[in-house]
Design a protein around this ligand. Structure first.
Ligand SMILES: NC(=O)c1ccc[n+]([C@@H]2O[C@H](COP(=O)([O-])OP(=O)(O)OC[C@H]3O[C@@H](n4cnc5c(N)ncnc54)[C@H](O)[C@@H]3O)[C@@H](O)[C@H]2O)c1
Ligand SMILES: O=c1ccn([C@@H]2O[C@H](COP(=O)(O)OP(=O)(O)O[C@H]3O[C@H](CO)[C@@H](O)[C@H](O)[C@H]3O)[C@@H](O)[C@H]2O)c(=O)[nH]1
Length: 430
């Protein structure tokens, strides 16, 4: 394997994982960020995001002299053969992807890139961004490659090192081969294509995943009305290999730093070429409805929410992460707070104050005095709470489990009334 000198710009979930994993494959990697404090912490071996295995890889890479950190992109790229752009592309005005960080960095590095290096866009970006980056770089000797990333938060290192596939797109086949070769050791299926198609793969995949989730949430809604149990329904569906059993769990709506912004961006991309992508818009609308459904169920169970104490279990957008970006739990909490509910929340990985609620560091304090408890994130430890103790400190008896995560028998034994999603009003014994 060729050992390459690599620069990674942006040390967030994608950049830090990319840098640490490429260093673990033997490459020499410099990671750059604008955030000087973050760089200082990384230099000291401190990783602030919750990603199993990442801190270990960062320390190993640094100790072996293969991984270093610096502030600002210019110094990082001076000596690089390959430059990965792992920059944020958040939802901008009107829902389109905001490409300013990618464009700023392209403009900042253009005159210091070594002759013949390759610039790789790993950020999720609309079709045409590679061409735009190439125009900003304005360097005939520098090829631009699209290499979308498919890792999930909470399993970033595992997903990076054991990907289902690697997608590499470029209008320069040689540059695409050069980038694909960096990952050769992973032995993953590698799909080479043109840049536009690679850029589209990422949105098409994320929108499909979001559509699957909105579909299952809509099926769950129907199940409640017709008297079916969505758990049995998805079990029966998932054995069909064409459907697959994963991504079929209903919940309080999907969230996180990617699916919400990428679905909105896809709608805008379609609009830009005169297409009304109603399927993706309906996926978004169905998702927004799920949050209101949680509030409606709580109101139906305990009456008007103004002045009513609700215990909230879980704030992160899914279990296994401390990321709150576009968390459905926060969206639900905001709706509850708007109706005047008094919220006391507990999440095992969140210990900072949040607007509209009191965040506590003990689940039993969160549920104390609550007329109802709502579980919004499927942390494993919630299953093993002492539900008899929970029942003894609550003022009411309703537990709304928006993830169908809890053990109905344990709650029933504690004298609590469990309401789930897509299941009969009172969840039967399992
Ligand atoms: N988070 C994920 O699970 C995930 C997975 C696949 C793809 N993506 C995509 O990857 C991209 C990055 O996402 P992320 O979650 O890693 O973002 P992030 O917000 O976690 O990290 C981005 C980093 O870039 C830094 N940065 C911003 N402007 C900079 C600049 N001008 N120069 C240097 N550094 C700068 C920020 O300080 C931050 O550390 C996005 O396009 C996202 O859609 C994210
Ligand atoms: O059966 C399921 C699976 C997921 N979710 C929810 O869906 C959201 C997104 O989950 P997940 O996809 O695991 O989170 P991310 O880490 O944001 O990963 C997605 O977004 C990344 C950024 O683009 C992509 O790289 C990944 O492939 C894609 O799965 C979360 O709110 C989950 O709770 C459900 O409600 N039910």
């Amino acid at each position: 394997m060729f050992v390459r000198r690599i620069a990674v710009v942006g040390t967030g979930y994608v950049g830090l994982t990319t840098g640490a994993c490429l260093a673990s494959l033997g490459h020499r990697v410099v990671c750059a960020d604008v955030d000087a404090l973050k760089v200082a912490r990384l230099e000291a071996g401190q990783v602030d995001i919750l990603e199993p295995g990442l801190a270990g890889l960062v320390r190993e890479g640094a100790t072996a002299g293969r991984l270093s950190f610096t502030v600002g992109a210019r110094d990082a790229v001076r000596d690089a053969e390959v430059v990965f752009l792992c920059l944020p592309t958040p939802m901008g005005a009107g829902g389109a992807a905001d490409l300013s960080a990618v464009e700023d960095v392209a403009a900042v590095i253009r005159d210091v890139l070594p002759y013949g290096c390759v610039v790789v866009c790993k950020s999720t970006v609309p079709v045409g961004t590679s061409t735009r980056v190439a125009a900003l770089l304005d360097r005939e000797d520098v090829a631009v490659v699209s290499n979308p990333e498919f890792l999930r938060e909470g399993s970033a290192v595992r997903d990076f090192l054991h990907p289902d596939r690697i997608v590499v797109g470029s209008d320069s086949p040689q540059a695409a081969e050069r980038v694909a070769a960096l990952f050769a050791k992973l032995g993953a299926p590698t799909v080479l294509m043109d840049a536009a198609s690679a850029e589209m793969v990422k949105y098409a995949a994320n929108c499909f995943l979001a559509m699957k989730l909105s579909y299952v949430n809509a099926v769950a809604e129907l199940c409640e009305l017709v008297g079916a149990d969505v758990t049995a329904v998805t079990d029966g569906m998932g054995y069909d290999k064409r459907i697959g059993g994963s991504f079929l769990k209903p919940g309080p709506g999907w969230g996180g730093s990617c699916l919400p912004k990428d679905t909105h961006a896809m709608v805008r991309i379609a609009e830009g070429v005169g297409v009304d992508f109603t399927l993706v818009q309906a996926t978004i609308d169905t998702n927004v409805r799920q949050r209101q459904r949680v509030v409606d169920k709580l109101r139906a169970a305990v009456g008007p929410l103004a002045g009513t104490r609700i215990g909230v279990l879980g704030l992160a957008f899914k279990a296994g992460t401390n990321d709150l970006r576009d968390s459905p739990a926060l969206a639900v909490a905001e709706l509850l707070a708007f109706e005047g509910a008094e919220l006391v929340a507990y999440d095992p990985e969140i210990d900072r104050p949040l607007v509209g609620m009191t965040v506590v560091d003990d689940p039993y304090v969160a549920v104390s005095g609550a007329a109802a408890v709502v579980l919004l994130t499927e942390w494993p430890q919630f299953r093993t709470l002492d539900w008899t103790r929970v029942a003894s400190v609550m003022s009411g008896t309703t537990v709304l489990d928006t993830r169908n995560h809890l053990d109905p028998d344990a709650l029933r034994r504690a004298g609590l009334t469990l309401r789930g999603v897509g299941r009969p009003v009172e969840v039967p014994f399992s």
